[in-house]
Write a protein that binds this ligand. Structure first.
Ligand code: SF4
Ligand code: SF4
Length: 137
């Protein structure tokens, strides 16, 4: 078990649960996935595409901020970077379960999950969404 606790949160998180989870934090209901200017630079560099193409293809402008686009999926909506990972097996290319395709440079918001300020007051929501949550009694 790999239990993470953070001050001010009425729950802890077992990151081992991510292994068997289909990735409920990257799909389901619509939500904003905010990216800062630095993160935009980091992600476009990671993807090796120019920043203008990256913004046009992957981001929505909302006011003076940018959020990663979502697309329709079986389970509702999903982040456009939530993709099946390709693996070579016996000389053939196979697709494994969906994962974050920009994991090393994923936005701060994603790195902080499930310890979002919002969930301090709405613990029930994160308990419902994330199988790794361990509610304190
Ligand atoms: S929903 Fe929770 S358990 Fe599932 S991948 Fe996201 S953080 Fe991990
Ligand atoms: S950027 Fe990665 S971790 Fe964040 S919502 Fe999209 S797929 Fe999930």
């Amino acid at each position: 078990m790999s239990i993470i606790q953070k001050t001010g949160f009425d729950f802890s998180f077992d990151s081992c649960e991510c292994e068997g989870c289909p990735g409920y934090c990257c799909c389901g209901k619509s939500g904003n996935i905010w990216v800062s200017q630095n993160e935009i630079l980091q992600i476009s560099s990671f993807l090796q595409i120019n920043i203008i193409d990256y913004i046009g293809t992957y981001l929505n402008r909302i006011g003076n901020r940018f959020s990663i686009k979502e697309r329709l999926a079986e389970q509702g909506l999903e982040c456009v970077f939530f993709e099946p990972q390709k693996q070579a097996c016996c000389g053939k290319l196979q697709h494994s379960k969906k994962q974050c395709s920009i994991y090393p440079v994923r936005p701060f918001q994603c790195r902080q999950y499930p310890f979002w300020e919002h969930f301090k007051e709405h613990k029930d929501q994160v308990i419902k969404e994330c199988p790794g949550i361990i509610a304190k009694k």
